[in-house]
Design a protein around this ligand. Structure first.
Ligand code: DG2
Length: 247
């Protein structure tokens, strides 16, 4: 049996301000740092050890990984950073307040933007100063692959190839893997692993900074999954994420 640990980054400055973030590279808040450290403490107390870590190219996830690994005294671990683990691109919504958008457009519309499987939010203009197309961290990525908006289906379409080419082979080779990523890049992975329908994935919310453990069989099929620590607290935190898009 293999174990895979997924961690959504700790609270970011824009999570705190309730703003759509996507590919915007915002930092952790002090609460986010302490959530990442708690994740590390919990993993250490439960006897977890890792051989390889994966994260996105966004600092809220990268720093979460640092703080988590530091608590486990293993910042020496090899880390693979890849844009395909980035958050879902939130298009023209990036920077806007989720509750304000719900007041303006209604809770239902915001739910569609946040959680519909195949309806993307309005796209950024390529020339919009918020576009990441000119960011040199994406210089090696084909321009058409640097999104101007994404729905979850688009995120699955980039996360899955990365799973197949990098993560799954590492796990199969016996490496114990930890992933620090984002609400929607983790939802994309979980949808694939648990074969969740396009309708049911709407109701899945991932809380910040709580390790989500997947036990996988020899074919990397999930046997079971659970949040480490207080399951009720994890459920409350997931419900709070769901409410962020309400007026
Ligand atoms: C959040 C997720 O991403 O937001 O982009 O606003 O995980 O990087 O903080 P993260 C964002 P929701 O889809 O939950 O609104």
């Amino acid at each position: 049996m293999y174990k895979l640990v997924l961690i959504r980054h700790g609270e970011s400055t824009w999570n705190l301000e309730n703003r759509f973030t996507g590919w915007t590279d915002v930092d952790l808040t002090p609460t986010g740092v302490s959530q990442a450290m708690s994740a590390g403490k919990l993993l250490k107390a439960e006897g977890y050890e890792f051989d390889l870590a994966f994260t996105s190219v966004l600092k809220r996830a990268i720093h979460t990984l640092w703080y988590t690994l530091d608590e486990m005294d293993c910042t020496w671990l090899p880390v693979v950073k890849d844009w395909r683990l980035n958050e879902r691109h939130y298009g023209a919504l990036q920077g806007l307040n989720k509750a304000d958008m719900a007041k303006q457009y209604g809770d239902e519309q915001v739910l569609v933007w946040r959680r519909s499987y195949d309806t993307p939010p309005p796209a950024l203009e390529a020339a919009d100063p918020r576009s990441e197309r000119a960011d040199r961290r994406y210089a090696g990525v084909a321009a058409e692959n640097v999104p101007l908006t994404e729905c979850l289906k688009d995120t699955v379409a980039r996360v899955l190839p990365f799973w197949n080419e990098a993560m799954a082979p590492a796990i199969r080779s016996g490496k114990r893997v930890v992933v620090a990523a984002h609400g929607n890049s983790i939802r994309a992975l979980v949808k694939y692993l648990d074969n969740i329908s396009e309708t049911d994935i709407v109701g899945l919310n991932i809380p910040n900074g709580i390790p989500l453990v997947y036990e996988l069989d020899a074919d990397l099929q999930p046997i079971r999954h659970y949040y480490l620590g207080d399951a009720e607290a994890a459920a409350r935190a997931a419900a709070a994420v769901a409410s962020q898009g309400k007026a």
